[in-house]
Structures are given as structure tokens and as C-alpha cells.
Write a protein that binds this ligand. Structure first.
Ligand code: GLN
Length: 188
């Protein structure tokens, strides 16, 4: 089983290291042909507007959507999750594979970056947030992690079928549970 990491822009290496630790083979994805034979694709954090532009320029978006329809798994982190959402800041999202809305940079200047423990379906997790979007699930999407008190309620990890979107950065910790969970999804 091979996993692709979208390598147009943003934090790619940290995901390569996580997959290495889990013994999963991986390739960097820049062109539509790079998607051949992949069970899953990680869309890393970075700048979603820049990445959305590249997706269009390299005709990658259409190919990703076609592969999604055939069962490929996706894990979007922060900007990557924004690319997956059906709605972004009140408009249609770039890929529209995760029924959810994203509000970019929603935690404001003071909280541009923060770290806190979060409550995930896989147990407590250290959440690292960097200019994170606020994610809201739409019908059919489940919430796998929430911020805890005093910020309880905000969804920070969403899942719809084989599509996962996180507003925090699991690749910046050495806790590989979410990558492992994604590998299981991709293999299913
Ligand atoms: N703020 C970025 C965006 O809107 C996301 C930041 C990140 O990926 N860490 O695309």
C-alpha cells in the first residue's frame, strides 16, 4: 500500500517521517500521474490559497476528485483540510470532498498559534494549531475530536467515509496515532 503526500507547498517532510516511523511507503505528489496506484493522499498544512491555485494549474484537482470517487482515502491537515471542505468562507471549497465548512484563520491574531490538549476518539491528544481554520461539520460528517474546556465544542477533527480533516498538526508531534488511523482507513 502506498500513500501520497501532496508536495506543492507546505509541510511535507514531517508527514514523510511519520509514515517512515509506521513503515508505510510514500511518494510526493505534484502531478496528476503521481496519484496512480495510491491508497491515500495526505494534504499537508501550508497556505490553502496557494495550494488551491496549484491544484487548478496542474489539473490535479479533477484527478483527485476522480480518485476520491473510486475510494482513495484523504487526510487534510489545516490548509489541507480547508482544501477538502465543501465550503470555505462562504464559498465552494477547492475539492469539496468533506461535507463541512471552514472559516480560515478563525482564531484571530492573539491565538494565531496555540497548543492545547484535545479530546479525540483515539484518546487525549496534544493539539498544535497554527493559523487554524474553524471547522464545522455538515450532514453526514462525524466529529472525531473536540477542543476541551474552556474552549469546548469546537470540532477539530472531522471524518466523512475515508476523508479526514484536522485543524491541528499531528505531524508536529511524535504521536503517530492519527497517521496510523489514516493508514487503516486507506487500507479498508
Ligand atoms: N491559515 C492557513 C490557510 O488558511 C492554514 C495554516 C496551516 O496550514 N497551518 O490556508
Amino acid at each position: 500500500m502506498k500513500i501520497g503526500i501532496l508536495a506543492l507547498q507546505g509541510a511535507v517532510q514531517e508527514h514523510e517521517r511519520a509514515l517512515d516511523r509506521l513503515g508505510a511507503s510514500h511518494v510526493q505528489v505534484r502531478l496528476p500521474k503521481d496519484l496512480a496506484g495510491l491508497a491515500g493522499l495526505i494534504l499537508p498544512g501550508g497556505e490553502s490559497t496557494a495550494m488551491a491555485r496549484y491544484l487548478e494549474e496542474y489539473s490535479l484537482g479533477d484527478e483527485i476528485q476522480a480518485r476520491a470517487a473510486r475510494g482513495m482515502a484523504f487526510f487534510g491537515i489545516c490548509a489541507g483540510a480547508i482544501l477538502l471542505c465543501t465550503e470555505v468562507d462562504g464559498r465552494s471549497g477547492a475539492l469539496g470532498l468533506l461535507p463541512a465548512s471552514a472559516r480560515r484563520n478563525a482564531y484571530g491574531r492573539q491565538l494565531a498559534s496555540f497548543e492545547e490538549n484535545i479530546d479525540t476518539r483515539l484518546g487525549p491528544f496534544h493539539g498544535i494549531f497554527i493559523r487554524a481554520p474553524r471547522l464545522e461539520p455538515r450532514a453526514g460528517t462525524e466529529v472525531l475530536a473536540y477542543r476541551i474546556p474552556p474552549h469546548e465544542g469546537d470540532a477539530v477533527l472531522l471524518r466523512s467515509g475515508k476523508v479526514l480533516g484536522a485543524s491541528f498538526h499531528p505531524e508536529l508531534t511524535d504521536d503517530d496515532r492519527l497517521h496510523r488511523f489514516f493508514l487503516e482507513l486507506a487500507a479498508s
